[in-house]
Design a protein around this ligand. Structure first.
Ligand SMILES: Nc1nc2c(ncn2[C@@H]2O[C@H](COP(=O)(O)OP(=O)(O)OP(=O)(O)O)[C@@H](O)[C@H]2O)c(=O)[nH]1
Length: 811
């Protein structure tokens, strides 16, 4: 080991000059579509830049972290969060998830969550933490030091504990959209699981840097090195441990910190006292050296400065190493791995130090907003036209239509114009609670703010900070913070400003529901009561993946969502919170239809019945469309009509017609997805044309084109992951084969195995009770949407025949 100088590790509180450099660096590193502030002459950007970060802002932001805790189901997120709250002094005692004390974890505050022992809604909280920098010693001299951690407040951390179950994936999406960093919790035995892969994908979608925490080091079969290998191979994320465990499984005692080169033991009541020592156990010295070398090598792969040090064959100083880890983590190029056992109260404080040391503060995360002002749009259209001026009129017109909405970079300056994103709504005991992430400016109680989507003004009567379901009133909230407002009417995803600038934060990815069921109140009184519809309205406003519609044929209320558990929870909440007990129909898979090739249309809708006629002619084509990764949308209407052959006033009616037409596909009555409708030309009549005529023309045109575009029926294919004791492996495989599943991977560890298979959702009904029966209740499974794939031709034929018969009967 080299003579590591213990220089003070700064948390690199950014300077104003370094801000500009950072934007460029982070933008390049994360591949984000970011314009460097000031690079384009832009009045809005100039205005934003005229409110630079003050020294006070920088000091505050440097100590601010907004983090999420995300993982596969049951990895221990809630248990970890509970420990964090205890060690930071936010809660006075620890209550276990499904604990015997019947209190339940603080963060699982819904009655249902405590009963089922799962997290359903993400909960927000905040705490203060006196972090020990990775290059400093916890003690003030002496070999062995004791320090009551958390005694002195320092870093301010907002935490969101998210559900692990895939049915509640929107909660994870929402949280990651507004967080600056995350802790990815992994189980030391089960490693990277299916939902870990989903969470990883979501983190990448929003460029969220993460530290990893391998939990459950006390479990039989715990093997952090295998888990780290999986993070590298399955998640393709360079990662290395910054700690080495002392002892394993039952004998897991403590950790060796590979940067500070110290041993760490949790002692005292519930592990709240940390004992540190410079003495590395002799039998571990070689191994620890080897692991530190591995850490340096991994970081050198992704950080230029560390590469140089590596090539010089020099041992980096602790400070150099910690800084390189920080740079690489913020670029999302590396994840430092911490180890511990939340349940046995070990390692959580060091992980928290890691959050403060390696995850970015709000000023280090590029924040892009769309400039939706009229002036900016006009400027963008002009610039787009100018760029293709030489290519002729058609190119100019196309460029004008496709001109992107200009974007600007926000700075989290407290004096800057206010911009905040309402990322989550919750109807609580005291009315609607709107969670906001503040991106710039300061929000004060009593302020009047503007909803960028609706243009409506609202007054903020009450501002609170959340601590699970408890709240604390505050007078103002600064940039980079997370808070909640009371009494502000809006939808999830709305942007709020103070009216000084017309800005909108980009949209959130909303996955489409995969399952639906019919729902009716058990009693006539309940059906007539307003509670039934009030509950459904509330759930829809809170959760964009929960949808309700009335089936036009049966008149039944149909609810759709992300899985059986998702819908089951809402039915249960309806009974408990609204006193409406409901009967449900059999869950049905949300099939879809799509086209497999382009086809053109030229369609005239013409009706001459006495008085005014109807006339509308539309020409163009439909084509397959891929899903937009950012928004999750895969249908679009594109207007390319030039020269006014269809008057612009009729275009919205055409668009309406398209969305009406795709609501029910011609093959099976399921909605049509993956389709773009391009309207190129048409004809109108000065007297007989109307909005209705064009709407009907588009519906007719779509039908004509659809039949020629080789349509197919799609079904959701799921990735199913089963973990069970080895003796049940044969039975589990047999049952999945019967369900026409394709086994993709099996991994056997000492006494349990993990199996991954692809199975149609339609073949998965009743699997949880079957698995319970097959494995004496010891098997667990999780399931998530992998893809939509065409159903087998014979099934498509059966579905088409059944739909035709149903249509004929109606006639
Ligand atoms: N052996 C062991 N068990 C743990 C540890 N941490 C959590 N558990 C247990 O694992 C189970 C799941 O823990 P939770 O904290 O609810 O996990 P979660 O990830 O929040 O679960 P969901 O929110 O339902 O996804 C509980 O029974 C915990 O007691 C640990 O360090 N070691």
């Amino acid at each position: 080991m080299n003579d590591n100088k213990r220089k003070a590790f700064t948390y690199s509180t950014p300077t104003i000059a370094s801000q500009q450099v950072r934007f460029a660096a982070v933008a390049a590193a994360t591949n984000a579509n970011i314009t460097e502030p000031g690079a384009v002459p832009n009045a809005t950007q100039d205005k934003i830049n005229s409110f630079p970060l003050t020294d006070l802002d920088l000091r505050k932001l440097g100590r601010q972290r907004n983090i999420g805790i995300a993982a596969h189901i049951d990895s221990g997120k809630t248990t970890v969060t509970e420990r964090v709250l205890f060690y930071t002094g936010r809660i006075k005692d620890i209550h276990e998830v499904r604990g015997r004390d019947e209190v339940g974890a603080k963060m699982d505050h819904m009655e249902l969550e405590r009963e089922k022992g799962i997290t359903i809604q993400s909960a927000a909280t905040h705490c203060s933490w006196k972090a020990t920098p990775p290059t400093e010693t916890r003690s003030v001299g002496g070999d062995v030091a004791e320090d009551k951690v958390g005694a002195k407040e320092d870093f301010h951390i907002n935490i969101i504990d998210t559900p692990g179950h895939v049915d509640f994936t929107i909660e994870v999406e929402r949280a990651l959209r507004v967080l600056d960093g995350a802790v990815l919790v992994l189980c030391a035995t089960s490693g990277v699981q299916s939902q870990t892969i989903t969470v990883d994908r979501q983190m990448r979608r929003y460029n969220v840097p993460r530290v990893s925490f391998i939990n459950k080091m006390d479990r039989a079969g715990a093997n952090p090195w295998r888990v780290i290998d999986q993070v590298r191979s399955k998640l393709k994320m360079p990662a290395a441990a910054v700690q080495v465990p002392i002892g394993a499984e039952d004998a897991f005692e403590g950790l060796i910190d590979l940067i500070r080169w110290k041993t760490i033991y949790n002692e005292g009541e519930k592990g709240s006292v940390i004992r540190e020592s410079d003495e590395i156990p002799a039998n571990m010295l070689e191994f620890a050296k080897q692991k530190r070398a591995e850490l340096v090598e991994q970081v050198a792969e992704v950080d230029d400065e560390m590469t140089e040090i590596f090539l010089e064959e020099r041992d980096p100083t602790n400070e150099e190493l910690a800084k390189a880890i920080r740079r690489a983590t913020i670029k999302c190029a590396f994840s430092p791995v911490f180890l511990g056992s939340a349940m046995k109260n070990k390692g959580v404080q060091s992980m928290l130090d890691g959050v403060c040391a390696y995850l970015p503060n709000p000023s280090e995360v590029p924040t892009v907003a769309l400039d939706v002002s009229k002036a900016a749009k006009e400027q963008a259209v002009e610039a787009a036209a100018k760029a293709v001026e030489a290519e002729g009129e058609e190119a100019v017109s196309e460029a004008k239509q496709n001109a992107p909405t200009p974007s600007v970079n926000l700075l989290p300056a407290s004096e800057a114009p206010l911009v905040g994103l309402a990322f989550k709504l919750e109807e609580g005991r005291y009315g609607q609670l709107t969670y906001m992430r503040m991106y710039s400016g300061t929000l004060k109680r009593g302020n009047v703010i503007f909803n960028a989507r609706t243009g409506k003004k609202v007054k903020v009567p009450r501002l609170v900070r959340m601590h699970s379901n408890d709240m604390e009133d505050v007078d103002s909230i600064g940039p980079g913070e997370i808070c909640a407002m009371f009494g502000v009417d809006c939808s999830s995803g709305d942007t709020f400003t103070d009216g000084a600038l017309s800005l909108s934060m980009s949209n959130m990815f909303v996955p489409e529901p995969v399952i639906s069921l019919a729902l009716h109140p058990k009693s006539k009184e309940a059906s007539a009561s307003t509670n039934f519809s009030r509950a459904l309205n509330r759930f829809q406003r809170e959760d964009p993946t929960f949808r309700v519609h009335i089936d036009s044929e049966s008149g039944e209320t149909i609810i759709s969502g992300m899985g059986e558990l998702h819908l089951e929870i809402y039915v249960e909440r309806m009974r408990r919170e609204y006193n409406v007990a409901c009967d449900t129909g059999k869950p049905r898979v949300a099939f879809r239809e799509t086209i497999t090739q382009s086809s053109s249309f030229s369609y005239t809708h013409k009706k001459q019945t006495g008085g005014a006629g109807q006339f509308g002619r539309v020409m163009g084509y439909i084509e397959p469309m891929k899903m937009d990764e950012e928004t999750g949308k895969d249908t679009a209407f594109e207007n390319r009509v030039m020269g006014g052959s269809i008057p612009t006033g009729y275009i919205p009616a055409c668009e309406k017609g398209f969305f009406e037409a795709i609501d029910k596909g011609a093959l099976s009555g399921h909605s049509v997805t993956g389709t773009r409708f391009v309207l190129e030309d048409g004809l109108a009549h000065s007297v007989d044309s109307s909005e209705l005529a064009f709407r009907l023309a588009v519906i007719g045109a779509f039908r004509e084109a659809y039949a020629k575009a080789q349509p197919v029926i799609l079904e959701p294919k799921m990735t199913v992951e089963v973990v069970a004791p080895v003796e049940f492996q044969g039975a589990v495989i047999g049952a999945l084969n019967q369900r026409k599943g394709t086994i993709e991977d099996t991994e056997v560890r000492e006494d349990e195995f993990t199996l991954t298979a692809e199975v149609s959702l339609n073949d998965m009904f009743g699997y949880s009770s079957q698995l319970r029966g097959l494995t004496q209740g010891k098997g667990e499974y999780s399931m998530e949407l992998k893809t939509y794939a065409p159903v087998m031709p014979n099934i498509q034929k059966d579905m088409e025949d059944a739909y035709k018969k149903q249509q004929q009967q109606k006639k």
